[in-house]
Design a protein around this ligand. Sequence first.
Ligand code: ADP
Ligand code: MG
Length: 697
Amino acid sequence: MKALSEYFGENVFNESVMKARLPKETFKLVQRTIHDGKRLDSAAAAVVANAMKDWAIEKGATHYTHWFQPMTGITAEKHDSFISPTPDGKVIMEFSGKELIQGEPDASSFPSGGLRATFEARGYTAWDPTSLAFIKDGVLCIPTAFCSYGGEALDKKTPLLRSMEAINRQALRVLKLFGNEDVTSVKTTVGPEQEYFLIDKEMYDRRKDLIYTGRTLFGAKPPKGQELDDHYFGVIKPRVQAFMKDLNEELWKLGILAKTEHNEVAPAQHELAPVFATTNIAADHNQLTMEIMQKVAKRHNLVCLLHEKPFAGVNGSGKHNNWSISTNTGVNLLEPGETPYENAQFLLFLCAVIKAVDDYQDLLRISVASAGNDHRLGANEAPPAVVSIFLGTELSEILEAIENDTPYGAKEKELLRVGVHVLPKFPKDATDRNRTSPFAFTGNKFEFRMLGSSASVSGSNVILNTAVAEELKQFADELENADNFENAIHDLIKRTISEHKRIIFNGNGYDDSWIAEAEKRGLLNLKTTPDCLPYFLEKKNIDLFTTHKVFTETEINSRYEILMEAYGKLINIEALTMVDMASKDILPAVSKYLKALADGIASKKAVSADIDCTYESDTLSKGSALLGSAYKALGVLEEKLDEEKNISDVTKLGFFCKDDLIPAMEELRKYADTLETITSAEYWPYPSYGELLFGVR
Ligand code: ADP
Ligand code: MG
C-alpha cells in the first residue's frame, strides 16, 4: 500500500508531471496559461497534447474525452480512442493539439433553451487549461467549456470563468487604489461542504420513487427519526467507514483535497468537505466528488443519495459554499488586516459583498432554486428562502460605529475612522456559530448555505462573483475620481452600511418572527422555484450580466427557459411515478390486505358467531375508507396530469406544477402514508422509512 503523499494526485496531469515531461519553454508557457490566463499558441498546445497522451497511455488510458458540464447538471463525456490507422493495417496512438484544444461533441440533445438552431446543433467544447486534466476509468478527461457555434454558453463552466474574469478586473482596480502594485490577478476561492445519504442498495432497488426521482414520494414516519440527535458527529459505522476510506482514496488520486468527514444530523446522513480551491477547480472537483461518491457507494452495495430531500420528516441535504477572494500574492481579501490601511481595504471588500447580497438577493435565491431544494428552504432545517447576512456581533458593532460616527466599544473614546484606525481584534470563533443564516461571515470568508446538495456550485458562484464585481466597479468608479482618498473611502463605507444594513441579520433565521421582520425591511421571500425564476429576467439583472459580459441577454433567456422547464419536467416525473406506485403497488396491496382481513373475519365467525373481530373489522373499515380516499386522490392527480398536457408555455407549466400538481401529489401521499401505518408489513410493497434510514449497519 502506497503512502497517501505518494499517490495523491497520481491520476492528474499536474504541474509536477508537466515540469518533468515538457520542454522548459513549453512548461513556462503552460504555467502562464494556468496562472495568468494567457492564451497557449497552437505549437505549444501540440507539445502539451503529445506529452499528455504519452503520460495517459503509460497509465493505461486508451481513450480521451472532453469533459464538460451541460445544463443537465451532470457532467458529460464522449470517449474517443487515441488510435489512428496506419497504411500497413496497424494503429498508432495519436492526440493532436487541435484535439486537445477543441472538440465537437454531437450535443444536439443537451438543453439549450432554444439557443442552437438545428442547423448548427453541434456546439463545441474548448479546453480550460486552468483546470487540470485527469484520468478516470482509463479515460483521459480534459476539462472543457461547452459553447454553441455562435459563441453562446451552453454549460455551467463558461459563465463561471467569465464571472471570475469580471471580479478579477474590478478587484484589481480597487487594489490599485490601495497601492497594491504587485498584485496581478485576483481569484475567488471555494470550499464546498457536501452532504449526502447512504442507504442499502437492496432496499433502494425495491423503491421505484428512489430509482426514478432520487427521493421517496411515499413513506410514513418511522418511530425514530433524528429527534435524539444521536447521529450527528456519532461514531461512523464500519460499512460507512469502509466506503469513506475508499472514497477518500479515489478522490486523493484525482488530486481532490478531501479533508473532513462526519455523520450529519439525519440518520444515514453524512458530510464531506475538501480544502478550498480556486473557484472553477472547486466546481470541477465538486462535480467529480458527487460522481465518485455514487460510484464508490455501489461498490459497497450502498446507494449515495444526493437529492435535497430524500425523506420527508428528517433533514435534507445541502451544500455549503465557502467563498472568499484572494490575490496572487496570497492575501485573502476577506481577512481583517493588521494596519489601518489593510483594515480599510478589508472593510471595502466586505461592503462590496454586503451591497452585492442586498442588491442581488433575487439572483442568489435563483442560484439555489430547484424542485428538490424547495423542500428544504424555510423548512426549519435549512436557511429560509429569505436571503440575509450574518456578520456576528463584533463586526456588526464596528460597522455601526462607522455608520453613526460613534466610538466602538464601551472603553473607546475615539471615533472609528476608516483608513486611520486599526480595527479592534475580534475573536474568530465568535464570528460564527449561527447555523441558521443563509450567508454567514466566518472570520475570513463567507459561507453561502442555501445550496442544495445535488447542485453544481457554478450557479451560485457566477452570481457571487458577478454581483461583487459590479459593486467593486461602482466603488472603483467613485474612488478613482476622489480628491481625498481617505475621506472618500470613509464616506463610501459609511454610506454603503447605511443603505444596505437591512440585509444584515444576526438572529435566528428559523424564527417566524424573522420572516415578518424581513418583510418589513423589504427583503424578498421567494418561496419556490417558479416564484423566483422570473426575477432572472428583470432589467437590473440583465444589465448586471451584460455589463460584465457574463451572460448575453439571449443566454439569460435561454437559461430561464431551461431552469423553468427542468422544474416542470421533474415534478411531472414525480407525479407520474406516484401514479404508477399507487395504482400498481400500493392500492392493490392494501386491497389484498383488506380482503385478508375480511376473509379472517369470515373464518372466525364460522367458528363462533360471537367471537371478537374488533381489530379486523375496525382496520377493515378504516382501511377501506382510506383506500377510497386514496383512490379519489389518485383520480384527481391523474386529471391534473391530463390538464398539464395542454400547457406548453414553460412559465405557465412551472406554476401549474407548483399550484396544482404538487398539492394533488401531497393529498395522495397523505392517504397512502396513513394506509402504511395500518397495513401489515407483510403486505406493504416497499421497504419502510425505518428500514431505509436505519438499514445500514
Ligand atoms: P468549519 O466550517 O467546520 O469550521 P472551516 O470553516 O475551516 O471549517 O472550513 C469549512 C470549509 O471552508 C472548508 O471546505 C474550507 O476549505 C473552506 N475554506 C476555508 N478557507 C476558505 C477560503 N479562504 N476560501 C474558500 N473556502 C475556504
Ligand atoms: Mg462550515
